[in-house]
Write a protein that binds this ligand. Structure first.
Ligand code: CAA
Length: 419
């Protein structure tokens, strides 16, 4: 095993856009018909440009790159995104660039490839992620996203396959642990409240109170056709169908010297986890067992335990998933996620702030970008760059959990503040 250290020098996220965002060009927007929302190519270029601006590096020193994307072919009729990354800045031409795909963990996989590249001898690596989904209706998009499930077997559960799969989890989780709808609804309230402080968040301008999040209503309807699961997922329980990109620069110690940068600017990736379960089988719906496995790998590699975690970004693709993520991370016992949330432990000013920028429900979920965005968010918090949602205590140990499909692929990162 290589002993080369891997650092995140810095990175950036684009503004995450989609229905509900004031910047999204949609029927009532004053610019409707005058200009279009950014394309996949524009989102990727914007993320790379913002990343180079945030780090101030000489981009010609990038040696290779990885870009996470799930289904560019379906939403944007564009594949071959390694070459798109090479085309996103003149300095990247002729460098080796590769796309990674692992459903909603595509961005996390891009980061893992970057870590492996540094450990194998590279010094300066670009890691990006991108997805554009808003050019299709939510219903058509749901069919595309259903490719992250076992399509032949699970597509028929509902037109909105993933909301239904997590409606199934919600039903079993609530029954197993006696958890109320209100307890789960608190995850949406936290996500929107955090997003309201984040100028890049998809839901920065939408409010969510507990009365709305705790029960279905005209304003917050259920929408599944599946009779068994319909009652268990409302609009407010869902992550957003977002467009966006994220990018960051990974460096070795030698890379820092080449770039003339200081280790004080960095956070170190001190552990990673990566677990994959069979696409063809379902597991216990009340636990995220693949995720728990990846978390334990990450903790072991970093030599930490759950008590050492100061801050986390978790994959709240649905509200119930956030509670189950706390449990998979061993922040609380099984079934205890609702209490942790209710007690404020995971609020911005809590003991272990989680998803401070709004998570997938509030910040948004441009699928291929999410895993990269999570790491960028930890870097921003550890370096005091999170602006209006900066946590009060500078975190020293952070964790990201990026999940693909229904707990089929999970990528975990463990980070330590340096300097
Ligand atoms: N009353 C009743 N029903 C209503 C309604 C109302 N007031 N408003 C909407 N609906 C129903 C309708 O049936 C509507 O569909 P049609 O218009 O096609 O009939 C459906 O709800 C969706 O409505 P909209 O298209 O207006 O909804 P929207 O664009 O605001 O989207 C959402 C809302 C459907 C919840 C959407 O945000 C969504 O699908 N979110 C989840 C995204 C997702 O699944 N991402 C992947 C997560 S899984 C993961 O991360 C792992 C992985 O690998 C994939």
């Amino acid at each position: 095993m290589s002993t080369r250290r891997v650092f995140i020098l810095g990175g950036a996220n684009t503004s995450f856009l989609g229905k509900g965002s004031p910047d999204f060009i949609w029927k009532n927007h004053p610019d409707f018909g005058k200009r279009e929302n950014p394309t996949l190519e524009e989102q990727l270029k914007a993320a790379v440009d913002l990343c180079f601006a945030a780090t101030g590096i000489d981009p010609t020193l990038i040696q290779r790159g990885y870009v996470g994307n799930f289904v560019g072919e379906l939403f944007s009729r564009q594949g071959h995104l390694g070459a798109a990354l090479a085309g996103s800045h003149p300095a990247l031409a002729m460098k080796p660039m590769t796309r990674t795909e692992g459903a909603c963990a595509s961005g996390g996989l891009a980061m893992l490839c970057g870590v492996d590249a540094i450990r194998a001898g590279s010094d300066v690596v670009l890691v990006a992620g991108v997805e554009v989904q808003s050019n299709e209706s939510a219903r058509t998009g749901a069919d595309y996203l259903a490719r992250a499930a076992h399509y032949a077997r699970q597509r028929g559960i509902d037109d909105f396959t993933f909301p239904a799969l997590f409606g199934r989890r919600t039903k079993h989780y609530r029954a197993a642990y006696g958890v109320s709808e209100e307890s789960i609804g608190r995850a949406a309230v936290k996500a929107y409240a955090n997003a309201n402080k984040n100028p890049l968040a998809h839901m920065r301008a939408r409010k969510m109170d507990l009365d709305t999040a705790a029960a279905s209503s005209e304003k917050n309807p259920t929408f599944l056709q599946n009779a068994e699961y319909a009652a268990f997922i409302k609009m407010s329980d869902c992550s957003q169908v977002s467009d966006g990109g994220s990018a960051m620069v990974l460096v070795s110690e030698a890379g820092l010297k080449k770039l003339g940068c200081s280790v004080q600017d960095c956070i170190e990736i001190v552990g990673t986890g990566h677990a994959t379960a069979s696409l063809y089988e379902d597991s216990d719906p009340t636990v995220l067992s693949t995720t728990a496995h990846a978390v334990q790998q990450g903790y072991a590699a970093a030599g930490i335990g759950s008590k050492d975690v100061h801050i986390a970004e978790v994959h709240d693709c649905f509200t119930v998933t956030e509670l189950m993520m706390y449990e998979a991370m061993d922040l609380c016992p099984l079934g205890g996620g609702g209490e942790l949330l209710r007690d404020g432990v995971t609020e911005i000013d809590g003991r272990v702030p989680v998803n401070t920028g709004g998570g997938l429900v509030g910040f948004g979920h441009p699928v291929g970008a999410t895993g990269v965005k999570q790491a960028v968010e930890i870097w921003r918090q550890m370096k005091g760059k999170a602006g209006g949602y900066q946590v009060p205590r500078v975190p020293q140990v952070g964790v990201t959990v990026n999940m693909g499909g229904d707990d089929r692929t999970t990528v975990v990162g463990v980070y330590r503040n340096v300097g």
